[in-house]
Write a protein that binds this ligand. Structure first.
Ligand code: SAM
Length: 274
């Protein structure tokens, strides 16, 4: 066993809806490896069958990650090639795989990406919001209070913000965004990308929130929300001032909280108080 050449861990992106959105190289790699580590082997079976891939698959999800990772790293060390896939899109992007990639790299093994679909990037490419600088925030907390706190932390960010959101929460999430970011902030909803009911709507936040709240169809399927960053320094300062004011107001009278928040952040005291 001493001179065995270790295998490579291939991190393979799969489609986010449209079965043909997969690279030729991904098909070749999935066909040649010894084993595919899949988030849900049953879910991936139709894709693999469609491309005539008969490679055995093992499950790698958050509940068995620890044991599965140990076994997969051992197989890599023994010379097996392994491919990692998730249910859709790029593994590790709001999907399992991080522990496996970390463990493989820590063991000195080669880890190679086979790039392809990612809902966040697909949404950004079609939303018409600034794309030179952006930040991927994944899923927001499901409860409103925690979600607003998280949003408030992002309110002063000048980069385009990208979120994944469940269809059951999209209306209330947009309502929170209107509260925290203000009604005028440019935003977009990208739904069911590459699928039959693909929709990309861009509008100021209040308009987008109203449209989604009034149309159940926009609350179905898979959704990416995008929000433009703050446009200028004054707006960023005000957003930061509002965040600090909201924190202080829990323990102080409004006038005092506004004075302190203004002193800390440089935001205008009057605007905060109002
Ligand atoms: N790894 C995936 C990727 O690369 O995009 C993301 C997996 S995450 C568990 C699933 C979330 O991604 C969905 O809830 C939705 O927010 C987003 N998503 C996935 N496919 C999508 C699609 N076709 N259209 C819009 N959003 C999608």
């Amino acid at each position: 066993m001493q001179n065995v050449q270790p295998g490579t861990l291939w991190v393979v992106a799969t489609p986010i809806g449209q079965l043909t959105d997969i690279s030729q190289r991904a098909i070749e790699v999935l066909g040649k490896v010894a084993v595919i580590a899949a988030e849900d082997t049953r879910h991936s079976r139709p894709l693999l069958s469609h491309y005539g891939i008969a490679t055995p698959a093992v499950a790698l999800h958050e509940h068995n990650e620890r044991e599965a990772v140990d076994q997969l790293v051992r197989r890599l060390e023994q010379g097996d090639e392994v491919a990692l896939i998730s249910d859709a899109g790029t593994p590790l992007i709001s999907d399992p795989g991080f522990r496996l990639v970390r463990a493989a790299r820590a063991a000195g093994l080669k880890v190679a990406p086979v790039p392809g679909a990612c809902a966040a990037i697909a949404a950004l490419s079609a939303a018409g919001l600034p794309s030179d600088r952006f930040v991927f925030e994944g899923f927001l907390p499901p409860k409103s209070a925690a979600r607003r706190t998280r949003l408030a932390e992002l309110a002063g960010d000048a980069r385009t913000l990208i979120f994944y959101e469940s269809p059951h929460r999209v209306a209330e999430c947009l309502a929170d965004m209107v509260q925290v970011f203000g009604p005028e902030r440019e935003a977009a909803l990208a739904r069911e990308l590459t699928k039959l009911f693909e929709t990309v709507i861009d509008a100021p936040l209040a308009e987008l929130a109203e449209r989604v709240a009034g149309d159940r169809d926009q609350q179905r399927g898979e959704i990416v929300l995008l929000v433009a960053g703050v446009a200028d320094r004054a707006q960023a300062q005000l957003a930061e001032g509002q965040r600090v004011f909201a924190l202080l107001r829990d323990d102080l009278p409004p006038a005092k909280a506004a004075r302190l928040a203004a002193a800390i952040t440089g935001a205008p005291r009057k605007a905060l108080y109002q």
